[in-house]
Write a protein that binds this ligand. Structure first.
Ligand SMILES: *Cc1c(COP(=O)(O)O)cnc(C)c1O
Length: 489
């Protein structure tokens, strides 16, 4: 597989265009319904983009989870799957692939990323070891730790929380903060594990540098702390290490992955992201950890040779993980995120910089500063974006947090709308369309108002909660849109 020193193809004209390094041989029809229908759908589905039916969505930028385009080699592998409850050849192929990829000896299958988090939290988060330290939390990670009475402390560098920056690795640990948090937790003996999240999801898909991982790992080894790596977003992080970290530019991707893995005690991942299929798994460097985690797999997931995954998905995941070592595969999301970011910035739309992986992140705090955090500005912006474009994004702000024990809102550090760019799914013109409509919305941003809950679930409320607009701002926005774009499309 190609592993070159160049990471993008440039245009002689100097124009900055992300080039698709694949061709479409099977396509899916998408539908752009007019704004009046979008308005009805939005309010029928509680102004929550998680509840929108796909048939009413033009560009589905909700997530990269389980919706990346698979390669022909992945589909081909699915036909060769060995379907058996125990001892499946498919599992052994997957196990070998993962062993070769990370260089860690032990592998446990699980049905998706959060299932791995359930197993890790069940095993390690106890009344004696209630604390997990991480660069930044992820929604499902935190929920599993809290469910077991634990707490999550964050050692992200201050720069990580600034939406405008030119620092290449905003997902990095602040090592002084980390040391202070270890003391605050009561010392290493009180800590369930230390976690590094690749491509830090909730702060805009921001990467962690290899050098920073080395330092966190050295600290953990010196202090007897267990280091866990969430590799769900490894593909993007790997691209940024290769392109932004000088010493890594001439090193093969396979080498970089092995070095990262050698710094960790445990690695887990969502196979819905890493490997572009569906599933997940946990890798352990040593047998003691493996045995502690192993017993929960048959209990929660399935027998050890499938762990809740279909054999077809396991075959596709194995191929997809090997394809992560192709620079032209892993470059596609970051280059398209950058293209969308540049289009939006040219229209003055505030976005998180530097551009990260996963998706382009629109900064609602700067887009709709007139909406207070308790009226969910990012969720309001997300519903407005759907209304004017048919593009489905995801709120990543206060709505994605849980309330404090006293019922008050836990205000998020950032109010973002994430426009995910699943791998190889969208064309450059679709990206330009999304930017065009969001640019229009920005010019009319004063019309956007807040949202309030109609129905608020107790855990992970962002998935299923229903909201309604405060006032008639959506009607007014729609009227303005129809004035400018009479077709309503
Ligand atoms: C998506 C994700 C998870 C959870 O994975 P699922 O397969 O959706 O359960 C965990 N960590 C990170 C960083 C993720 O992006």
């Amino acid at each position: 597989m190609s592993d070159c020193s160049y990471t993008r193809v440039t245009f002689f004209s100097g124009e900055n265009v992300p080039l698709e390094m694949h061709k479409a041989r099977m396509v899916q029809r998408v539908h752009l319904i007019p704004i009046k229908e979008r308005f009805e759908v939005l309010n029928r589905t509680g102004n929550n983009t998680f509840l929108l039916p796909n048939r009413d969505v033009f560009l589905d930028m909700l997530t990269d989870s389980g919706v990346n385009a698979m390669s022909e080699a992945q589909y081909a592998a699915m036909l060769m799957a060995d379907d058996s409850y125990a001892g499946s050849e498919t599992f052994y192929r997957l196990e070998k692939t993962i062993r070769d990829f990370f260089g860690l000896e032990y592998f446990l299958p699980a049905h998706q990323g959060r299932a791995c988090e359930n197993i890790l939290a069940s095993t390690y988060v106890t009344p004696q070891t209630p604390t997990v330290i991480t660069n930044y939390h992820f929604t499902t990670t935190k929920a599993h730790i809290m469910l077991r009475g634990g707490q999550v402390l964050e050692a992200i560098s201050d720069a990580g929380l600034m939406t405008e920056s030119d620092l290449p690795f905003k997902g990095n640990y602040d090592l002084d903060k980390f040391d202070a948090l270890v003391k605050q937790a009561g010392g290493p003996a009180k800590i369930a594990f230390v976690r590094i999240e690749a491509g830090t999801n909730l702060i805009g898909g921001q990467p962690v540098s290899l050098d920073n991982m080395r330092q966190v790992s050295a600290y953990c080894r010196k202090n007897g702390l267990r280091l866990v790596y969430d590799a769900s977003l490894l593909a993007d992080n790997l691209f940024f290490i290769k392109t932004r970290e000088k010493e890594c530019q001439n090193r093969p991707l396979a080498d970089l992955v092995k070095e990262i893995a050698s710094l960790m005690d445990i690695i887990y991942f969502s196979g819905r992201k890493l490997g572009c299929a569906r599933g997940g798994g946990i890798c352990a460097a040593n047998k003691v950890e493996y045995l502690r985690l192993r017993d929960l797999v048959p209990l929660y997931e399935g027998f050890l040779t499938y762990g809740g995954m279909s054999v077809r998905e396991m075959e596709a995941m194995a191929v997809g993980i090997r394809e992560t070592l192709d620079i032209h595969n892993i470059s596609q999301t970051p280059l398209f995120v950058e293209a969308l970011g540049k289009e939006l910035e040219a229209l003055n739309v505030p976005v998180v910089t530097p551009y990260g992986g996963l998706g382009c992140h629109v900064d609602a705090s700067r887009f709709v500063p007139h909406i207070p955090q308790v009226e969910y500005p990012a969720a309001a912006l997300c519903s407005a974006i759907y209304l004017v474009s048919g593009v489905r994004g995801m709120e990543r702000g206060t709505l994605s947090e849980s309330r404090n024990p006293d019922g008050s809102e836990h205000l998020s550090n950032m109010e973002l709308v994430r426009l995910a760019i699943p791998k190889r799914v969208f064309t450059h013109s679709q990206i330009k369309f999304a930017a065009d409509r969001i640019g229009w919305l920005y010019r009319n941003r004063s019309l956007i108002g807040g949202l309030t809950f109609e129905d608020e679930p107790k855990t992970l409320r962002f998935f299923l909660g229903r909201l309604k607009p405060i006032g008639d701002w959506q009607e007014r926005l729609m009227a303005k849109y129809l004035g400018d774009m009479p077709s309503g499309l």
